[in-house]
Design a protein around this ligand. Structure first.
Ligand code: HEM
Ligand SMILES: *[C@@H]1O[C@H](CO)[C@@H](O)[C@H](O)[C@H]1NC(C)=O
Ligand SMILES: *[C@@H]1O[C@H](CO)[C@@H](O)[C@H](O)[C@H]1NC(C)=O
Length: 332
């Protein structure tokens, strides 16, 4: 009797605490938003001000920084492995297929890091800077805000093969993309909500050309792509050449974080094949696309939740990893 009472008390207190816990479940440590409140109280303010300056200089930078957090977290967890340059034992993830000629924004992270090293040396990790910069970029472009759990540490290695294998490609099938998300502990709801990031930013011609000319190896364009939108795209994305030409992922409001991305999918104007398949290849996913197209608030709410979830992928905590002095290099 006493035992079961104790158990009940424990259960009740656990259940009542659970909703307030932002903790990322990690190996031995956990993340929480107040991590730097004493060690570097100005950390969040400094990150925000450098990101704001960079986005004022170039609106696209918000998109580029948001994307970096995704490409980091899908490879050995959110550990800033993506930020390491090649040298010694490091084979940089910047060389991978998803990143080469397309990942950008590293100079902004350098600028944040050096401001933080001045304010509180050897305290704020590059991995946390990335997570904060992704949130600030979302807010600055009109998207939702969220509290960022903090306390990640930086890796002492990178994985080029992980970057090639774990990050979905724009011509992957819906199933392959979902499988790659599930491998990270993310589900179909996270997949659809986080794909909403493509409401801002650009893509190169080379990332979607296949849809314009030879979608299934049959010499014709993807029939799930609006045909007049497709002809417009072809004028600046020729059959060969122009690989690096840039296109808005959301042609309606390319620098505003909103739910036009989902509305575009409903009118067959998703730019990437990986965008359009969310509507055409899976019933559950299609329902989510419709819900987010109808209800911006619902999209924002889920996006914030899914970003926290993505940010919790296998962080290094406690004494694992290190706090890099320079995001591009491991400490010697
Ligand atoms: C679902 C699978 C996804 C695929 C296949 C995918 C693929 C791509 C591709 C091919 C580009 C254009 C790259 C280029 O040509 O330079 C791109 C851009 C972008 N992606 Fe994704 N992505 C996915 C999910 C995500 C997620 C989860 C996020 C963020 C949470 C994200 C954020 C972005 C942003 C913001 C851009 C624009 C970057 C810029 O303008 O610099 N993507 N993505
Ligand atoms: C996907 O794109 C890559 C790179 O352009 C290409 O090598 C590959 O053949 C494509 N895969 C499919 C299934 O079309
Ligand atoms: C389309 O792709 C297929 C298979 O990849 C190839 O055999 C064919 O020559 C291509 N057709 C055109 C018109 O590019």
């Amino acid at each position: 009797m006493a035992n079961s009472m104790n158990f009940l008390t424990l259960l009740v207190s656990f259940l009542s605490l659970a909703p307030y816990c932002f903790c990322g479940r990690t190996n031995g440590g956990y993340l929480y938003p107040q991590f730097y409140d004493h060690s570097c109280p100005k950390a969040q303010e400094i990150v925000k001000s450098v990101v704001a300056k960079a986005v004022a200089r170039e609106a696209r930078m918000a998109a580029s920084l948001l994307r970096l957090s995704f490409h980091d977290c899908f490879v050995q967890g959110c550990d800033a492995s993506l930020l390491l340059d090649s040298s010694g034992t490091i084979n940089s993830e910047k060389r991978s297929n998803p990143n080469r000629n397309s990942a950008r924004g590293f100079e902004v992270l350098d600028e944040i890091k050096s401001a933080l090293e001045k304010e509180c040396p050897h305290t704020v990790s590059c991995a946390d800077i990335l997570a904060l910069a992704a949130r600030d970029s979302t807010v600055l472009t009109g998207g939702p805000s969220w509290e960022v759990p903090l306390g990640r540490r930086d890796s002492r290695g990178a994985s080029l093969s992980g970057s090639n294998n774990n990050i979905p490609a724009p011509n992957n099938t819906f199933q392959t993309i979902l499988t790659k998300f599930k491998r990270q502990g993310l589900d179909i709801v996270d997949l659809v909500a986080l794909s909403g990031s493509h409401t801002i930013g650009n893509s190169r011609c080379t990332s979607f050309r296949q849809r314009l000319y030879n979608q299934s190896g049959n010499g014709i364009a993807d029939f799930t792509l609006d045909q007049s939108y497709a002809s417009k795209l072809r004028t600046n994305c020729p059959r060969s050449g122009g690989d690096q030409n840039l296109f808005f992922l959301d042609f309606v409001s390319p620098t505003k974080f909103d739910n036009n991305y989902f509305k575009n999918l409903l009118s067959s104007k998703g730019l990437l094949n990986s965008d359009q398949v969310l509507l055409t290849k899976n019933g559950v996913s299609a329902q989510l696309v419709k819900k987010y197209a109808e209800n911006n608030e619902l999209f924002f709410e889920q996006f914030a939740k899914s970003m926290v979830k993505m940010g919790n992928i296998s962080p290094l905590t406690g004494s694992r990893g290190e706090i890099r002095k320079n995001c591009r290099k491991i400490n010697s």
